[in-house]
Each structure stands twice: as C-alpha cells, then as structure tokens.
Ligand binder design. Structure first.
Ligand code: ATP
Ligand code: FE
Ligand code: MG
Length: 352
C-alpha cells in the first residue's frame, strides 16, 4: 500500500511517500520538509497569513520532489492523505485542496487526517508499536497524555490548563532575548547553566490527575529574571537550566501519574510513546527514559525528524485509515479546531 501525505497545518510545507509492506511494516520512500522558520523569525512567531502564502508558493514543488525522490508515479498511489486540521486554517486549506485535486484527477481515495492523530500513530511507523500505548504529545500547540487504543480510538487522560510545553520554551526564549523558535535555544543555553541556582515552581506536581500547567512557571521565571537584571550571559544560562529542570521534573511526575491512570483503565500499555517537537529535548528524553525504567514500560521515541511536523506521519496515518476502509469525500471541510479524542473517532462514522 502506497500513500502520499501532505502537511500544511503550521509553518512546515511537507510531503512524503510511505509504503506499507505485506508484513505490516512501514517504509518511508521520501520525506520532504520545507520550514518557513526564517520567514517568521523576524516576527518572533508564526504569522498565519504569511504561512498560508508560503504554503501556496511551495506546495507544488514539495509534492513534486517527494514523488521524484520516492521514484513513484501518481498512478502507483493507493491514496492521498492530507492533514485537514487542527491548525492555521489558511495553510490547512492549501494542503487539503491540493490533495483533493490530485485525488479527483487520479481517481484515488482521499484520506483527511487529524494532525494530532498522525503524531499519535508515528510510533507504529518507526517502532511497529502495538496498541494500546500511552502517548505523550509535547509540541508547540499541544501538551497531552493520550491513551491510544486503536486507529480512531483515543482517550485523553491529561492536558495543559494553559500554555503548551513548547510554548513555554518559546516564551522563555523570547523573554531572555534568545530568538525563535525558542526550544532549541533554551536547551543550548541550559547546557552551560546551573540548574539549581533559581528555585522555580513545579506546577501540578503530586496531583492524582495527569494535567499540566506552565503559566505559573513562566511567571516565576520572569520575576527571577527581573530580580537579577541586567542579565549576564551566565544569568541567562542559569535561568534556562533552572527552567528546563523544572519542566523535566513536571514531565516526570505527570507521566508517572498518567501511566497510573492508564493502567487503572486500560491495563498494561505496550509502550510509552513520545511525539512533538519538545521530544527532541535531551533532558525531556531523559525524564521519559527514567519513567520507562522505573515503571518497566518500553519506550518509543521516534527520530527527531519524525517528532516535528512532517509528511511521512500524515501518509502513515493515511495508510492506517485506508487499511480499515476509512476514506473521505470531497465534501470534507478543513478544520481549525479538531480535538483528537472526540473528532477522530467520529470521523469514520461521519464520512462512511
Ligand atoms: P502542533 O503540532 O501542536 O500543532 P507545532 O507543529 O508547532 O505544534 P512541533 O513542530 O511538533 O509543534 O514542535 C515545535 C515546538 O517544539 C516548538 O515550541 C519548539 O520550541 C519546541 N522544540 C523544538 N526543539 C526543542 C528542544 N530541543 N527543546 C525544547 N523544545 C523544543
Ligand atoms: Fe505538529
Ligand atoms: Mg511546527
């Protein structure tokens, strides 16, 4: 089974061709990602209108390149998958409309993919992970613990009450004048910083639920930064290290809690799975490893390139849905908001 996947929900224009062999394993034949990061950097964040225009300009070339690299023709494809939300609506329209056009002309099925579902299923492409598993989705827009029970079967066990974890990294970087995107910058600074210098709060720690909160941490960091200003390079490194250490403690505690909730409701998970850009952070990966070892749970963290937004995860989610006969019609409308638990499960019923 061969599927082309298209991703345009945020600031990456991406396309990929993925194949599923008869034995069920997935193979990435091409995975082309064009990041718009430079176009948005001057504004310190993603500007929706600029993003949409950049997707329009790039999408044809990126798809062309993905097809060429894969060495396939449109006639070889069994389906066209596109992220249909959630995300910046201008970008989503570009990707979904392009997918519809190809599907119509080539008479192949369209599969409208929930971007979060694609993140959730990536571990099955990279690690062949079996259901059920506990997903830690840690990105710029989301911080969730999700029980992944099957394709289209997701139960959200925890979420953030305010900022997303990646957003917290980005805001910390902005506050300290480190530029955009902030996560990698904060991590780099933290390497040379003292993580015990600033006593920052660990929001939500020791609660029985599996929810997160990062706005109090962000405020505490700002107050500390104001207290020691003007900031020396060492102050900045120490603030980053102390911030990252607080995040790591929170992730460790919340994942332990999430695993407990998972076991109580669904039994033993096949794995603890990470997805989203923040999973690139070495210290956060360390916390995941610690939780996995302490609880005897296998850990699956996809390679960095598949943790952040990409077309291969969309193509793979398309393969998973197509294999179950879940395809969509040309009437499928792009969605700015689309919760994973409610929406993805209902999608099949809506469109079959
Ligand atoms: P969503 O998938 O929720 O729509 P998104 O697409 O913006 O959001 P990703 O592309 O998965 O999210 O990840 C981007 C986020 O990951 C940014 O907030 C970025 O700062 C963060 N990030 C990337 N690398 C690191 C790192 N090394 N340490 C911490 N955070 C990081
Ligand atoms: Fe994403
Ligand atoms: Mg992104």
């Amino acid at each position: 089974m061969l599927v082309l996947g298209i991703e345009t929900t945020c600031d990456e224009t991406a396309a990929a061709v993925v194949e599923r062999k008869a034995d069920g394993t997935g193979h990435i034949l091409s995975n082309v990602v064009l990041s718009q990061v430079d176009e948005h950097a001057v504004f310190g964040g993603v500007v929706p209108e600029i993003a949409a225009r950049a997707h329009v300009e790039a999408i044809d070339v990126i798809i062309d390149e993905a097809m060429r690299e894969a060495g396939t023709t449109y006639d070889d494809l069994d389906g066209i998958a596109a992220a249909a939300g959630p995300g910046l609506i201008g970008g989503v329209i570009v990707g979904l409309t392009t997918a519809k056009a190809i599907a119509l002309v080539k008479k192949v099925p369209l599969i409208a993919i929930n971007h979060l579902e694609a993140h959730a299923l990536t571990a099955r492409l990279t690690d062949n992970t079996a259901f059920p598993y506990l997903l830690f989705l840690a990105s710029g827009g989301h911080t969730q613990l999700v029980a992944v029970l099957g394709v289209g079967e997701y139960v959200r066990l925890g979420t953030t009450q305010d900022d997303a974890i990646g957003e917290a990294f980005d805001k910390t970087a902005k506050l300290l004048g480190l530029g955009y995107p902030g996560g990698p910058q904060v991590e780099r600074q933290a390497f040379s910083g003292n993580k015990t210098r600033f006593a920052l709060p660990r929001p939500m720690q020791h609660r029985k639920d599996a929810d997160f909160s990062f706005s109090g941490l962000k405020t505490a960091l700002r107050l500390e930064a104001e207290r020691v200003a003007p900031l020396s390079p060492q102050d900045i490194a120490d603030l980053c290290a102390s911030f990252q250490e607080a995040v790591v403690d929170v992730v460790h505690d919340r994942l332990r809690s999430g695993l407990k909730l998972f076991r109580a409701r669904f039994g033993e998970p096949a794995a603890l799975v990470a997805a989203g850009g923040v999973a690139a952070n070495q210290a956060v990966r360390g916390a995941l490893t610690r939780v996995a070892m302490e609880t005897g749970t296998p850990l699956a963290v996809p390679p960095l390139k598949l943790c952040t937004d990409n077309g291969a995860m969309i193509a793979w989610a398309g393969i998973e849905r197509l294999a179950l006969g879940l395809t969509d019609t040309m009437a499928f409308a792009p969605r700015a908001r689309w919760p994973l638990d409610a929406g993805a499960a209902a999608q099949g019923a809506l469109t079959r």
